[in-house]
Design a binder for this molecule. Sequence first.
Ligand SMILES: [Zn+2]
Ligand SMILES: [Zn+2]
Length: 393
Amino acid sequence: MEYENSKVNRRQFMQKSAVAGAGLLIANQSGAFAQSVPSAPNGNIKTRGYAARDASGKLSPWEFQRRPVGPDDILIDIKFASICHSDIHQMKGHWGPQQYPQVPGHEIVGIVAAVGKNVTKFKVGDRAGVGCMVDSCMHCDHCEHGEEHYCENGETLFTYGYPDKASPTGITQGGYSTNIVVRDHFAVRIPDHIKLEEAAPLLCAGITTYSPLMQANFDVGDKVGVAGIGGLGHMAIKLAVSKGAEVYGFTTTPSKVKDILAFGAKEAIVVDDPSRLAPYKGKLDYMISTIPVQFNVAAYSSVVKTHGTFTQVGMPEGMSLDISAIGMAMSRVNFNVSLIGGIPETQEVVHYCADNRVLPQIQMIKAPQINDAWDKVVNKEARYRYVIDAATF
Ligand SMILES: [Zn+2]
Ligand SMILES: [Zn+2]
């Protein structure tokens, strides 16, 4: 027995040494290291999550490892991760072939469990969130000006499925898991006056709509359209309403009309046929579409006034959209596509939503319900963001 104990102690000591060498401040200095940070003998961090195994996109439990906490890293004990349609698209290979097993999830919130020696942004016990990216070159012009998602050196590292030499699995692994190691710059603070589970969807749905809405620079009272009222769209309505716009919500789902009005929109329009858009031709100052499938872009754009702007943020299968050139020419609307938003702006939207009570409408689920929830997202039955309790992974 004594021998066994000393073996355990020696192993724990080696774990401590390995990680301390990487500059780690241990979460619970006086307690057993293995209890506060689930470390593997090689110094990696042990993690449980739900992974896709192939392009069927069916998720199942998976134990894997993350890199040790480096000098600029933090370890987040994940509390909640929410479901984005992008998770489904990517796991099913809609955006290109994938490496499996792969853990999706880029709306991640939790509590900081460890920090590297250079980290000043966070301390153990802080609330933190991670969105769509986890690293970049950090020194190009875009990275230095808060547009890390447009890293000029092409080093933007997205949260799951991207080649990552530092990851024991060779790719980044996302937030449907018990913990994540991330460079501190790519985590944002979650203030105390918002529930963690309500903050999670802000990390993608929030920033992805907030960034182009802010870029549109509309005035109070301007008419703003939102097309596609799911996880992103319902946040777009709430954000635009909160910023003083007169909002028009366009949906293909009649049962969402009541919700759209409850979110603060002036009108909810059911577009069961493109002809439903005709009465609104040239009426809106700006429009954002979150529609994640092929749709009639020219017809939707035509509701924006001439020389106005239409922003697409939904990303369909194959990552391309068919657009009628003549249809667009007839309305002369500026069309652009927006990806996400940078880290400073992500921090901004989290504070904005917490301060102004602009909160996502969420449905809590346990890990074994994820596959069903994904089906509901695809079938437009989500109302409006599923949030997974990470304690159930
Ligand atoms: Zn997303
Ligand atoms: Zn860069």
